[in-house]
Design a protein around this ligand. Structure first.
Ligand code: NAD
Ligand code: TYD
Length: 370
């Protein structure tokens, strides 16, 4: 039985990790520390908080006194650090929060974990897993080999730069202080509970509401799509069996350009409406409700500044050392994800009310069709 701290456990990947961890290791005690920013959602954790299966603490990873109190109280021997500002477009509009949380927040969490483990004499048994991104490696050309753990860091967005800085801090703590930390760099996740600002949920929800599907630039940008449940399995393998001080890349092996992803979402929705006639009355504004294709909503808009062209991950080290491999193919994973958003209308309607509308205006108001 272990006590584990999951920072950012109310975010997209964090919620999935809480559920995956409970299923895999039911005896462990989980504490979630999350500041509950716009990106958080407690709906899936609420039942676990209510029946005390997990402990939820609303707070900032940068609040060293709070984090120290939590370490003293719970004697964590595992930290899975996912708390971050994570949306590239927001980092372009307003980078400061990214430096605050991703760099200074990570520093505070690292320092407090180190101090606590040193004073408790538990460094040998402890593990700190820092969850990072492939975006630290920059952008690939079409013919380039996929990112490996030795690829040079070339972050291009303020988000990627802040994550790169946090990776360097973690590494420096390993080398300088013997911190028992590991780093993972993963590709674009998708799946249940993803915030509707990100590509896949945004396109599904816009299509259901009959709104334009805004593809940045010409849509040729490529991402390597990783299903969040494959990601969570890999994170658990790395924290338990990975080598301290090592970096492990995690990828889905599913490179797709944005045009193809959005096209596939449209085809998946068109099929779902053809199979289930009730969807037409639930979502009458969707073109598929009247037998047309959602593809009719596709619209190419002003590109993202500094838009990385291609990400691809070589996940060979993870497979060789830990036997961990992604198993969910993109078409099957996307269908499951689209169905999740069809089933969870209340969830995304809650998220897309209020502050979300202000973000949509800020990010898309200035973009023109190209
Ligand atoms: P998310 O934005 O959905 O969730 C982040 C969570 O962190 C939110 O619940 C938020 O409230 C919390 N948080 C933010 N600032 C905080 C602070 N100062 N203190 C405590 N909590 C705070 O992000 P996600 O998609 O779940 O990503 C989780 C991690 O994985 C991040 O570190 C991200 O950089 C990394 N990552 C994500 C992806 C992806 O495709 N989603 C890909 C690569 C890496
Ligand atoms: P996103 O989900 O923001 O993830 P990231 O920027 O971390 O890769 O975007 C995924 C891809 O989709 C990226 O190439 C930008 C593109 N995109 C659009 O074309 N339109 C949109 O409205 C959004 C949100 C993203």
């Amino acid at each position: 039985m272990r006590n584990i701290l999951i920072s950012g456990g109310a975010g997209f990947i964090g919620q999935n990790l809480v559920h995956a961890w409970r299923a895999a290791r039911p005896a462990d005690r989980i504490v979630v520390l999350d500041a509950v920013t716009y990106a958080a959602n407690l709906r899936s954790l609420d039942p676990l908080i209510a029946d005390r299966s997990i402990t939820f603490v609303k707070g900032d990873i940068g609040d060293a006194a709070l984090v120290r109190r939590l370490f003293d109280e719970h004697q964590f021997t595992r930290v899975a650090h996912l708390a971050a500002e994570s949306h590239v477009d927001r980092s372009i509009a307003d980078p400061e929060a990214f430096l605050q949380t991703n760099v200074l927040g990570t520093f505070a969490l690292l320092q407090t974990a180190l101090d606590s483990w040193r004073s408790a004499g538990t460094m040998d048994d402890a593990r700190f897993l820092h969850v990072s991104t492939d975006e630290v490696y920059g952008s690939l050309g079409l013919a380039d080999p996929a990112f490996s753990e030795t690829s040079p860091y070339r972050p291009n967005s303020p988000y990627a730069a802040s994550k790169a800085a946090s990776d360097h801090l973690v590494r420096s703590f390993v080398v300088t202080y013997g911190m028992p930390a590991l780093i993972t760099n993963c590709s674009n996740n998708y799946g249940s509970y993803q915030h509707p600002e990100k590509l896949i949920p945004l396109m599904v929800i816009h299509a259901l509401e009959g709104k334009p599907l805004p593809i940045y630039g010409d849509g040729s940008n490529i991402r390597d799509w990783l299903h969040v449940s494959d990601h969570c399995d890999a994170l658990m393998a790395v924290i338990e069996r990975g080598r301290i001080g090592e970096t492990y890349n995690i990828g889905g092996g599913n490179e797709r350009n944005n045009r193809d992803v959005v096209g596939l979402i449209c085809d998946t929705l068109d099929r779902a409406f053809a199979i289930d006639p009730k969807l037409a009355s639930r979502f009458p504004s969707c073109p598929a409700a009247s037998g047309n294709s959602c593809r009719s909503l596709i619209s190419f808009v002003t590109d993202r500044p500094g838009h990385d062209h291609r990400y691809a991950i070589d996940a060979g080290k993870l497979a060789r050392e830990l036997g961990s491999r992604c198993s969910i193919g993109f078409e099957a994973g996307l269908e499951q994800t689209v169905n999740w958003y069809l089933d969870q209308e209340t969830w995304w309607r809650d998220v897309t009310s209020g502050a979300y509308q202000a973000w949509i205006e800020k990010n898309y108001g200035f973009r023109i069709a190209v």
